[in-house]
Design a protein around this ligand. Sequence first.
Ligand code: UT7
Length: 331
Amino acid sequence: MGKLTAAITAVGAYVPNFVLTNKMLEGMVETNDEWIVTRTGIKERRILKPEEGEGTSYLAIRAVENLLEKRKIDPKEIDLVMVATATPDSLVASTAAFVASEIGATNAFAYDLLAACSSFLFGMSTAASYIQSGRYKKVLLIGADKMSSIIDYTDRTTCIIFGDGAGAVLFEPNTENLGLQDEYLRADGSGRKFLGMDAGGSLLPASEETVRNRKHFIYQDGKSVFKFAVSNMADVAVKIMERNNLSHTDVSWLIPHQANKRIIDATAKRMGLDDSKVMINIQRYGNTTAATLPLLLRDYEDQLKKGDNLVFAAFGGGFTWGSIYLKWAYN
Ligand code: UT7
C-alpha cells in the first residue's frame, strides 16, 4: 500500500439566480461596461437578494446538495464540515455547524475558517492534514460567501467586483499518491489596512456612528492590493512549480483565485502557461471570495482527468496568499 494522501473525490457548487450585469451597475454608480471588462474581466455576477432573507449558509447548503446528488454518500459518514468564508451567517455561532445539521451530517464536527480570499486554499491544507493523519475519512470543505451583504452599492470601487456563490469539495484518503502533494501558504498582517471591513468586529463594535459612517461595508485600496496580489500570487505559484520540478508542460491546469483577470494573466505568464491551461469564470461570477476555487472546479470538472497536475493559487485580505499542488484523482 502506498503512503496515505488526501484527494478531492467530489465537487458541487451553487450560485443564486439573480444576475447583476455591468449594464445594471451603470444605472447604480458612475461606471461603464467597457471600464469594468477591461480593468477586471467581469461581465456579470450573481446576487442572493436581501428580500430572500438567507445568509451564506443557504449558498453552502445548496452547494453540498449539488455535491451529494453527484456522489451519493450518506451525510452521516462525513467526519468534519468546514466552511471557508468572510461572511458567516453571524458572529460567534459557527455557520458550519448549522450547515452540517441541515445537510444531515449529524456525526460531524464543524467550524468556520476565515482567511478572506485565501480561506478555501488554506482549508484545503487543513482538510488534507486531517485525512493524512488517518483520523478522519471524509472531510467536507465548503467555500461560500454572500459578498453582497457587505457591499456598498454606492461605492463603484467595490460593488462592480464582488458576487455571491458557494462551492464544496469532499476530501478522502488515497493510496495511489493522488491528491494534495505540496503547499506554500503565506500571510502578512501589514496588509489589513488595504482591504477589509472596519466595523462590526471586536476592534470597532457596531454603533450608530459606525453605521452612519458606512463602516460595515468592505473597503479596498485597489491599486495597492493589485500590486501585492500580482507579484505574490505569481511568486508562490512559480515556487510550487520549482519545488516539485514541474515545468509548464507538466502543469495541466492553473486554478487561480478570481479577483481580476489581469492578475490571473500575469500569474499564468510567469508560470509559462498559455490560456488553454488557465481556469477562468470571473466573467460570469465576479469575485466570490472563498467560493472562486471550488466554483472553478465545478465548471471545469468535465475536463479534468485522473493524474492531472493542478496548481491552485490565491491572494486575499489580511494579507493572506499561497499555492497548492494537487493531483486530480478521478475522471
Ligand atoms: O480578492 C481579494 C484581492 N483583491 C484583488 O486582488 C483586487 C486588486 N485590485 C484590482 O483588481 C484593481 O485595482 C481594481 C479593479 C479594483 C481597480 O482597477 P485599477 O486599474 O487599479 O483602477 P484604479 O483604482 O487605479 O482607478 C483608475 C481610474 C480612477 O480614475 P482616475 O483617478 O484615473 O481619474 C478611478 O477613479 O478609474 C476610476 N474608477 C472607475 N471608473 C469607472 C475606479 N472605479 C471605477 C469604476 N468605473 N467602477
